[in-house]
Design a protein around this ligand. Structure first.
Ligand code: AR6
Length: 179
């Protein structure tokens, strides 16, 4: 576990749908109608009401975020965000990935969310290299904390052990530097 200002930042390996936090974040697509990966897991675990809410919302542009309840999952909310499809960092992917994290946190603040868990957005089907992605996600979280002292805990949830090890290495580096 790391501490940045008044916020705990942790990394855990496992299934984000099992976490009991104020909000879990979904790595969705523009249609917001479900899919594979963590998106599929969230819709399966949360049940049909999440899909019904997503239908009413009607989609989400890349880099933005939308919120629904968490259905049958233990968390209160799901924040659906859409990361970029990686095509070699030539199309603003870094900025869009940063925005996906930052806008999720801004939306969380509007709902008085204090504990939030993120999956590794865009690093599955969307192909973003995880080392770079983890630096971007950490920077977005730290920038948000610099501007808003409202989060108690931010958890990065890594499904695979290898991804967990990469995050640990990056956080050790970045959060030491920030002291
Ligand atoms: N808990 C936490 N992390 C998970 C879980 C889980 N249950 N399941 C997978 N991951 P991906 P993307 C990790 O592909 O790259 C979907 O079809 C996974 O190991 O889910 O943003 C959407 O509908 C990886 O590290 O999301 C979109 O079409 C990370 O979650 C598209 O995929 C993200 O992988 C989005 O692609």
């Amino acid at each position: 576990m790391y501490i940045y200002k008044n916020t705990k930042i942790s990394i855990v390996q496992g299934d984000i749908t099992k976490l009991k936090v104020d909000a879990i974040v979904n790595a969705a697509n523009n249609r917001l109608l479900g899919g594979g990966g963590v998106d599929g897991a969230i819709h399966r675990a949360g049940g049909i009401e999440i899909l019904e809410e997503c239908r009413k919302i009607g989609g989400c542009p890349t880099g933005e975020a939308r919120i629904t309840t968490a259905g049958k999952m233990p968390s209160k909310y799901v924040i659906h965000t859409v990361g970029p499809i990686y095509r070699g960092a030539k199309n603003n992917e870094g900025e869009l990935l940063y925005k996906a994290y930052f806008n999720s946190l801004k939306l969380a603040a509007d709902y008085d969310i204090k504990t939030i868990a993120f999956p590794s957005i865009s690093t599955g089907v969307y192909g973003y290299p995880i080392e770079e992605a983890s630096e971007i996600s950490t920077k977005a979280v730290m920038d948000f904390i610099n501007e808003n002292d409202i989060l108690t805990e931010v958890i990065f949830v890594l499904f695979k052990e290898k991804d967990f090890e990469i995050y640990k290495r990056i956080l050790d580096k970045i959060l030491e530097m920030s002291k």
